[in-house]
Design a protein around this ligand. Structure first.
Ligand SMILES: *Cc1c(COP(=O)(O)O)cnc(C)c1O
Length: 454
């Protein structure tokens, strides 16, 4: 399989490097969309009144294969589709849009639909927020001993939105510079007091929407001796494929590259955790250039993505993506199961099928490509990997294990669920072999009733 230069265009005009983004209000200006049937475009507008829509010109021009629309995976990943809403919700919103209802009415109807979408899954809002001197720190999550997640408020948007995203309720927050400065101080003070923490994971939204100076305000101080315990710095981003110019395009990009270099030189392991859903994202020349440039700093790129219907629900897609990643020096890291939120029904894959796809892809690549763990559910009790199917005394069961757990003692302990071809999340699973509850359930319930910070 050829991996390089499949899209060898390497001379880009200055205009192509200018960030240009379209939203629901400007959807009609998207050139290739004009070729789609009127009914489809109307349906997109209806869905975009409920689910966030934002796509940039790089995604439109370089990533989507418009010959394959609507089946093109990147089109499915970024453009709203009729079936993402329940039929009754689609009807409601469709009538409002058709009758040119005013903004307020449309927003109220959208809010009622949002309420059904379980936008804060896995107790994210209460259980994982750490405290500093008795004060909760809302821009952080500290669930597993070694790793603190940081959501800088200036990074709470993305260059393009993914249609299945579970994080977009975060996209409406306090994003003033003043708030951001305070937040960085809180993070640093918290980390100082947590000597067991080795990893910081800066995430979003997408922290790469931030100016380098704002990112530096968080990361630069970590090179001081009092942060020696912070060994690994991870930055989660989709910018590598959705806006590679972030790493290439002059001033601010050069500053970013130098920041990564300084961090690496100071002895930190720096990992760009690239969200990549499909091998198609690796083909454009600027993406490959950005990859090389990041690697030139000594930072590693690791990749992760959820497995989703209409986007990457086949072994071939994952095998090809992993192969291309290995060829480009990217290390596959996680295959996630889509969370129980948002337009889940549209994207949902039963766990058994996700496992099948994972195992099918695994068989097609060499050991270097077999580095992604998964399929894994990030749920309240922890990160649970579906490992396989077994049969003991005539009963078929799923083998599961905690990759990360709210109680560290649960980590890596295998457990079993009844084989179920429909189940697509932990909540759908029942213990196998006559057990009434999973081994961790009772303790987890106690934790939930007593939401003490970490
Ligand atoms: C996934 C995750 C991490 C990181 O886990 P690793 O196994 O170290 O990759 C940290 N915190 C939370 C809340 C997570 O969901």
């Amino acid at each position: 399989m050829t991996t390089k230069n499949l899209n060898p265009r390497s001379i880009f005009s200055q205009k192509e490097k200018e960030f240009r983004v379209y939203s629901a209000a400007t959807m009609d200006l998207i050139e290739p969309l004009k070729r789609l049937p009127q009914a489809d475009r109307f349906a997109m507008k209806v869905v975009a009144a409920v689910l966030p829509f934002r796509v940039n010109r790089f995604v439109i021009d370089e990533l989507i294969d418009w010959q394959r629309v609507p089946d093109d995976p990147i089109f499915q990943l970024t453009f709203p589709q009729k079936e993402m809403l329940e039929p009754e919700d689609f009807q409601t919103m469709s009538a409002l849009v058709k009758n040119n209802a005013d903004d307020k009415t449309i927003r109220a109807a959208a809010t009622r639909i949002h309420e059904k979408l379980n936008l804060h899954p896995a107790d994210q809002t209460t259980l994982n927020v750490p405290q500093l001197d008795g004060m909760p720190l809302p821009g952080m999550q500290h669930k597993y001993d070694q790793t603190v997640l940081f959501f800088p408020s200036l990074g709470q948007t993305c260059h393009s939105f993914c249609t299945y995203c579970f994080r977009w309720p975060q996209f409406v927050g306090n994003s003033t510079l003043k708030f951001a400065a305070q937040e960085a101080d809180h993070l640093l003070n918290y980390l100082k007091q947590q000597p067991q923490v080795t990893d910081i994971l800066v995430t979003g939204g997408d922290p790469m929407v931030m100016k380098t100076a704002n990112l530096a305000r968080i990361l630069e101080p970590l090179m001081a001796p009092e942060f020696e315990h912070i060994e690994n710095i991870r930055i989660g981003t989709k910018a590598l494929s959705f806006w590679p110019w972030r790493f290439l395009n002059g001033g601010d990009a050069d500053d970013l590259i130098r920041l990564l270099e300084r961090l690496v030189r100071s002895g930190k392991h720096v990992a760009i955790m690239a969200h990549m859903s499909h091998g198609q994202e690796l083909l454009p020349a600027p993406v490959q250039k950005a990859i090389k440039r990041i690697q030139g700093t000594g930072a590693l790129i690791r990749s992760q993505a959820p497995i989703l219907g209409h986007i990457n629900d086949s072994p071939d897609v994952w095998a090809q993506m992993w192969q291309r990643q290995v060829a480009l020096g990217i290390i596959p890291y996680y295959m996630f199961v889509a969370r129980d939120t948002g337009s889940r029904r549209y994207f949902e894959i039963p766990l058994v099928k996700a496992l099948d796809i994972y195992q099918g892809a695994y068989k097609k690549v060499s050991g270097l490509g077999r580095k992604a763990r998964g399929p894994s559910m990030s749920c309240g009790p922890g990160k649970i990997e579906v490992q396989g199917v077994t049969e003991i005394n005539g009963e078929k069961a799923l083998i599961l294990r905690f990759l990360q757990a709210r109680n560290v003692e649960w980590t890596d302990r295998p457990f079993f669920a009844r084989y179920d071809t429909e189940a697509s999340w932990l909540d759908d699973l029942r213990p196998a072999f006559g057990d009434k509850r999973f081994f961790f359930e009772e303790e987890y319930e106690l934790m939930r009733n007593e939401p003490i910070a970490v």
